[in-house]
Design a protein around this ligand. Structure first.
Ligand code: ADP
Length: 183
């Protein structure tokens, strides 16, 4: 820490967890829980990304996440566009939380963190690792598995499974569905 810089009490620190969340998974929930064990308040911020073609639009993603955290007053759900550091500063967040699943996440996250530091050195990026059981979970994989008829109930909150079922028009696979084998 540079001389003259006061350590912030993390319990009073507001952090922001940005991402696409298309849709939110239990891996994201794991990171939110870890962030709440360190920081006082957390804003889950859905990126309005014009380049990506999302399954759920921003309003749907925000509504889903709000439903997941409706009983958690320390979590705020919002949307943002433009520079993340500008958004963080505007909402009074001094920490950006990101999840690191594997080494493959590292390079791009490292670049982004250094760029954000260059853009605004007052905002610190903190990486958190999920439980091993979520280290292979991604929104993309969840969508693919669900679409192909696989069970995702251990990987996403119930509301997401419901919304996936509505979106694709396919039923939710129950835990007891028999595995069909040929012959
Ligand atoms: P982005 O498009 O910003 O990567 P994502 O919704 O895919 O948006 O991810 C948002 C953040 O959550 C990223 O920091 C990502 O590394 C993290 N994340 C995604 N899935 C998991 C997971 N299973 N475990 C831990 N972190 C995750």
């Amino acid at each position: 820490m540079r001389p003259g810089r006061q350590p912030a009490s993390s319990a009073r620190t507001c952090a922001v967890f940005p991402g696409s969340f298309d849709p939110i998974t239990n891996g994201h929930l794991d990171i939110v829980a870890r962030a709440l064990s360190v920081f006082g308040r957390l804003t889950v911020a859905v990126l309005v990304n014009v380049e990506k073609l999302p399954l759920f639009d921003v309003e749907e993603r925000v509504a889903i996440i709000r439903e997941v955290y409706r009983d958690e007053p320390r979590v705020t759900v919002d949307r943002f566009s433009g520079l993340l550091v500008d958004y963080a500063e505007a909402i009074g967040a001094s920490v950006i939380v990101r999840g690191l699943r594997a080494i493959s996440d590292f390079e791009v996250e490292f670049q982004m963190a250094l760029m954000n530091r260059r853009l605004n050195p007052r905002i610190e990026t903190v990486f958190m690792m999920p439980a091993e059981s979520y280290s292979y979970v991604s929104s993309r994989l969840v969508k693919e598995v669900f679409q192909l008829g696989g069970r995702v109930s251990d990987l996403v909150p119930a509301v997401v499974e419901r919304r996936l079922s509505e979106k694709y028009g396919t039923p939710i696979k129950s835990a007891r569905s028999p595995v069909r084998r040929k012959g």
